[in-house]
Unconditional design. Structure first.
Length: 477
């Protein structure tokens, strides 16, 4: 059996948490985690397919490992995650030395899949080759293993073992998959339908993390707002209509995201609770009220709008209008005045005109986001929009993208400058590359200051002296 593993993660926080679980499963099987690929018997890349850039980085990294496999023919190379499922044929075509391709739904099968590769290798008649020869592909060797067939990940089979990086903040997955069908998004095809973890199991996990010394928890899901719609046993509120019916019946039977937030707040003792990602269609009054009521829930919400044009939102299959989105933001700010609001914007979606872009720019000014992630549209194979003409020229996408980035940078800095002279509560997480203590405010703002190592893991008050484009800088009070 291989006894050392190197794993590199691309993409979102969901992938980071998946990687923690992978390492937990493998260390339970006797693997040691190593920091350099040259030290490993097993190399895994956990990939993302949401952005083209993340895919190319993963392809580039695995390509660089070709020479390493030439030197160590017994090395096992695997690609996991969304890209593995969405581009499985392309992976094997471009990277014939890859032994394993496994999708997100097959993550918990990883020990079995690796054992299958090991068994195939042992059974090879001509199982040894000369280092002077070209590396035989996994297909020619007969060790190629593909696992991408599941419709969704069986969360009821979640491993009991765990492996987490040392720190003060931990990820907790509350659901998998997405039932939305946004025209540009590959996630429903790679992650499958929504399945929520049982609420008691989540509460127990958070309580255990608090007992272990973690002070902050981030709840993860493709659309956390729809938590409770479908559980592994088939129960759930079955959609907005079902949720509303349960509420009208008194709400005693309803288990949804606001219920989860309230139970974690009341039963675990966690000091800071965050969550991502939220979909505007499922963000509602009960969620905002729970955020206002729960002491542990941080004043932070990432609510991707994607466009300020109703025409574009309809084409994107987002399920809401600009007016509905802004009404929700208004109510959120009434209930949680200190909310730090961030969003995602897609520039250059097929059919986007100058007028559509202007509507997006105007929306950003009206809402006045604290931060925004702004992306140029790129075709994702397998999505509805992949069959449409990508008719916005690249130079137009770039110009629009740069304009919004400049505007948002100015807006973000202006908001940060309002903190100068004030104090902010900071959870110190680590030392940064410059040797300063680094942490985050409840609103998720990055803060740096000087201080002793004993402050790592502590909540401290910092007086803000100056700011950069993204960070508050100050002194511990």
């Amino acid at each position: 059996m291989h006894k050392s593993v190197y794993l590199q993660t691309y993409g979102c926080q969901m992938n980071e948490r998946d990687s923690e679980e992978v390492l937990g499963m493998l260390t339970a099987q006797g693997y040691a985690v190593v920091e350099q690929p040259e030290e490993a018997d097993l190399i895994l890349l956990n990939t993302c397919s949401v952005r083209e850039h993340a895919e190319e980085r993963a392809f580039g990294k695995m390509g660089m490992l070709r020479e390493l496999k030439r030197q160590k023919p017994e090395l096992v190379l695997g690609i996991l995650g969304c890209m593995a499922k969405a581009q499985r044929e392309e992976v094997f075509r471009r990277l014939p030395q890859v032994d394993l391709v496994a999708g997100p739904a097959e993550l918990y099968d990883l020990p079995m899949l690796l054992a299958e590769i090991e068994s195939k290798r042992r059974s090879l008649v001509a199982g040894r080759w000369s280092l002077e020869q070209d590396i035989p592909s996994s297909e020619k060797m007969g060790t190629r293993t593909l696992a991408v067939g599941r419709a969704f990940r069986p969360l009821d089979l979640k491993p009991t073992g765990d492996w987490r990086r040392e720190g003060v903040s931990a990820f907790v997955t509350i659901m998998e998959g997405c039932d939305k069908r946004c025209a540009y998004c590959i996630v429903p095809f790679t992650r499958g339908q929504e399945v929520s973890r049982p609420i008691d199991e989540i509460v127990a996990e958070v309580r255990g993390l608090v007992d272990a010394g973690y002070r902050e928890v981030m709840l993860l899901g493709q659309n956390v707002n729809s938590y409770g719609k479908r559980f592994p046993d088939g129960n759930g509120y079955k959609g907005p209509g079902g949720r509303q019916q349960m509420l009208e019946e008194g709400g005693e039977r309803l288990i949804d995201f606001p219920v989860l937030l309230r139970r974690i707040d009341a039963e675990t003792g966690v000091e800071r609770l965050r969550f991502t990602t939220s979909h505007p269609f499922d963000a509602h009054e009960r969620l905002f009220q729970a955020m206002a009521d729960c002491v542990s829930t941080c004043e932070q919400l990432h609510l991707p709008v994607q466009s300020g044009s109703n025409r574009m939102l309809k084409a994107m299959r987002r399920g809401y209008t600009v007016e509905e989105y802004e009404a929700k933001i208004t109510r959120l700010r009434e209930l949680v005045p200190e909310i730090h609001l961030s969003t995602d914007i897609i520039i250059g979606f097929p059919g986007e005109t100058d007028d559509d872009f202007e509507m997006t720019r105007a929306l950003m000014e009206r809402v006045a986001y604290d931060s925004a992630f702004i992306f140029k549209y790129s075709v994702r194979p397998g999505t509805e929009a992949a069959g449409w003409i990508d008719d916005v020229p690249q130079e137009t996408k770039e110009a629009r993208n740069q304009e919004l980035l400049r505007r948002q940078e100015r807006a973000s800095r202006t908001k940060l400058e309002r903190w100068i002279g004030g104090t902010v509560e900071v959870l110190i997480e680590q030392r940064n590359a410059k040797g300063q203590l680094a942490g985050r405010a409840r609103t998720s703002l990055s803060v740096v200051c000087d201080g002793d190592d004993r402050l790592i893991g502590e909540l401290v008050m910092v007086r803000v002296e100056r700011v950069t484009a993204t960070t508050l800088i100050g002194d511990v009070v």
